[in-house]
Design a binder for this molecule. Structure first.
Ligand SMILES: Cc1cc2nc3c(=O)[nH]c(=O)nc-3n(C[C@H](O)[C@H](O)[C@H](O)COP(=O)(O)OP(=O)(O)OC[C@H]3O[C@@H](n4cnc5c(N)ncnc54)[C@H](O)[C@@H]3O)c2cc1C
Ligand SMILES: *[C@@H]1O[C@H](CO)[C@@H](O)[C@H](O)[C@H]1NC(C)=O
Ligand SMILES: *[C@@H]1O[C@H](CO)[C@@H](O)[C@H](O)[C@H]1NC(C)=O
Ligand SMILES: *[C@@H]1O[C@H](CO)[C@@H](O)[C@H](O)[C@H]1NC(C)=O
Ligand SMILES: *[C@@H]1O[C@H](CO)[C@@H](O)[C@H](O)[C@H]1NC(C)=O
Ligand SMILES: CC(=O)N[C@H]1CO[C@H](CO)[C@@H](O)[C@@H]1O
Length: 545
């Protein structure tokens, strides 16, 4: 398809829309204590090269501290004058720096927060209520692609965009099935599952991990063979920050055709959007694996080209093949959608990553995938649900009414179809248990630029009310949730990161199911019995209190 088609394409609204999902932030202020000299000496002592470690240590007294702290801080809610700040940020250059950080934090009674891409929705990679340091993996971002064996080693500090770019540099017929937003970090994303447009064909990012390197709570360095299959199982979906610091991942790359198709069609209520959404529920999870058809609903105060959108449903489709084939399939399976060729572009897989992630701005180029710079500064709250049985028309109408709430900025609801490969993988294969029993996932997001507690409360109240409204229509006992859409409302450890097994089960079952949660607790008890790696939703040990 031609460039002119791209320029006038209906994809532009989609790009702009998804940018909101990819927006980031920067603002912090400081008031701290000085980290003990002994601690800094300890770091030099355990580091292989005492001279180089001082170049990657940032205390509040270093002028670049704020910039380093802010650089991958992605939720303004956790960047206020009252937000606790780290005593130290270390940006390791090699494994010994990580080992030193673990050993010295342990001996000095400090907590560690590990940060890769900084997109944790609840800020758990850069905020803690006890004295803490940040191990920021931003410098550990090397990627090596092996086209022959269709595998790659990627360090945790790389972003998804960097990974996609490096794959495309070597081959246009290989890809990796991970998330849509290119600034998301590999470290947190693979730790919690990780989905994108390829999930119906190839499953989650975590499903495609075949080896990993990790530093544990004793500062020991392991690969898959040395860590054993229990721990290797736990780190592929059991969530970051519980078992150690994953330095790098070996992943399988997947095959994609040279030409893929991306289509977007927007529908308003007048176009019969409510009925189409209802029908979609019977169709999307049964489509062939090569085809992904999702929905993005938007409303609130969102305006586009000066006119208010109230609310709008964007049906976006990704197909591993040519547009004509896609249209033929949807023409028989979902003719009511009335998708036509003008709604579609044929392009390469990596271009779709660029379009979905960074927008099809004039002059946008593949190198934009390498950018870590946020385009927007926002506060965000996200929640998730999983659906087994289609929700009734009345519920879709209820969602529509809530999306109309005039003074809520950029509320968005995304429907992600399951089925395909997701149903072929056992619930016990990885800690991520949401597989064949669900036909789709719902993600609820609201992002706002207005600062202050009133704005925050208004947006939190909105999303919480919507979540409680949805309760009768979605999965129950447990009400399943997606770990990477981290939500502390569904339960958390206490502020010391401690909890009982029973308490943690409340949210643990939602993320992992009971059987997987129990296994995670078992692994945790074995590999980190003193619960060194802990946070508000870390996996507890059997004896944690
Ligand atoms: C704008 C935006 C878009 C998103 N889009 C998608 C999407 O398309 N698909 C999807 O599945 N999810 C998506 N997410 C969710 C995203 O996958 C998670 O937030 C993910 O955990 C982020 O990883 P990170 O490395 O950027 O985050 P971080 O904040 O760095 O880390 C997240 C968690 O993992 C821990 N952690 C980080 N690195 C390591 C490590 N190396 N070893 C051990 N623990 C570690 C952290 O301590 C923290 O608890 C999106 C989130 C945002 C904010
Ligand atoms: C974070 O960066 C912003 C500017 O981008 C700055 O105003 C703020 O002071 C920084 N944070 C800290 C801790 O100084
Ligand atoms: C931060 O300051 C300390 C003490 O002055 C210094 O040793 C260290 O090198 C500084 N860090 C960086 C990254 O410049
Ligand atoms: C869809 O099906 C209708 C009726 O069978 C046919 O007229 C139309 O040409 C088809 N469109 C596409 C794009 O295949
Ligand atoms: C919503 O939009 C109206 C104008 O359409 C504006 O006056 C109001 O300030 C906006 N509210 C928010 C929260 O942005
Ligand atoms: C708000 C918006 O993006 N509306 C667009 C929906 O799609 C039609 C064409 O399919 C455009 O004309 C609208 O501008």
């Amino acid at each position: 398809m031609s460039n002119s088609a791209m320029n006038s394409s209906p994809l532009l609204p989609l790009s702009l829309t998804l940018l909101v999902l990819c927006s980031c932030s920067s603002w912090v202020s400081s008031n701290f204590a000085k980290p003990h000299e002994n601690f800094l000496q300890c770091l030099s002592h355990y580091s292989q090269d005492a001279s180089s470690i001082s170049n990657v240590l940032y205390t509040p007294f270093n002028s670049s501290y704020s910039d380093v702290l802010n650089f991958t801080l992605r939720n303004l809610r956790f960047s206020t004058p009252h937000t606790p700040k780290p005593l130290l940020i270390i940006t390791p250059l090699h494994v010994s720096h990580i080992q030193a950080a673990v050993l010295c934090s342990k001996s000095h009674g400090l907590q560690i927060r590990t940060r890769s891409g900084g997109h944790d929705i609840e800020g758990l990679s850069y905020v803690a209520s006890l004295p803490f340091i940040i191990v920021d993996l931003i410098n550990l971002n090397s990627i090596s692609i092996d086209v022959e064996s269709k595998t790659a080693w990627v360090q945790s500090g790389a972003t998804l965009g960097e990974l996609y770019y490096r794959i495309a540099e070597k081959s246009r017929s290989l890809a990796f099935p991970a998330g849509i937003c290119p600034t998301v970090g590999v470290g947190g994303h693979l730790s919690g599952g990780g989905y994108g447009l390829l999930l119906r064909k190839y499953g989650l990012a975590a499903d495609n991990v075949i080896d990993a390197q990790l530093v544990d709570a004793n500062g020991k360095f392991f690969d898959r063979k040395l860590m054993g299959e229990d721990l290797f199982w736990a780190i592929r979906g059991g969530g970051g920050g519980s078992f150690g610091i994953v330095v790098a991942w070996k992943v399988n790359l997947v095959s994609v055709p040279a030409t893929v198709t991306l289509c977007v069609v927007n529908k308003t209520v007048e176009d019969g959007a409510t009925k189409l959404i209802h029908q979609w529920q019977y169709v999307a999870h049964k489509l062939e694996n090569n085809l992904f058809l999702g929905i993005l609903l938007e409303g609130g105060n969102f305006t586009r080209q000066g006119s208010k959108i109230n609310p709008l449903a964007l049906f976006f489709s990704f197909y591993l093949g040519k547009a004509d084939e896609l249209l033929t399939i949807l023409n028989t399976t979902f003719p009511e959608l009335d998708l036509s060729k003008k709604d579609c572009i044929e392009t390469s897989w990596v271009e779709t990553a660029l379009i979905m992630g960074t927008g099809l701005q004039p002059g946008s180029k593949l190198e934009d995938l390498l950018s870590k710079t946020p385009l927007m500064t926002v506060s965000t709250k996200v929640k998730s649900d999983y659906v087994k049985e289609p929700i009734p028309m009345a519920a879709i109408e209820g969602i529509r009414q809530r999306l109309r709430s005039g003074d809520i900025e950029t509320p968005q609801i995304i429907f992600i179809p399951y089925g395909g490969k997701m149903s072929e993988i056992s619930e016990l294969e990885t800690p991520f248990s949401h597989r064949g029993e669900y036909s789709y996932k719902i993600g609820y997001t609201t992002s706002w630029v207005e600062r202050g507690i009133d704005a925050e409360n208004k947006h939190l109240n909105w999303i919480r009310e919507l979540y409680s409204y949805m309760a009768p229509f979605v999965s129950k006992s447990p009400r399943a949730a997606y770990l990477n859409y981290r939500d502390l409302d569904i339960g958390s450890n206490n502020k010391y990161g401690r909890t009982s097994y029973e308490q943690a089960g409340i949210w643990g079952y939602k993320y992992f199911g009971k059987e997987n949660f129990d296994r995670l607790v078992h692994v945790k008890t074995k590999v980190d019995p003193y619960d060194f790696f802990r946070h508000e939703q870390s996996i507890p040990t059997f004896s944690s209190k």
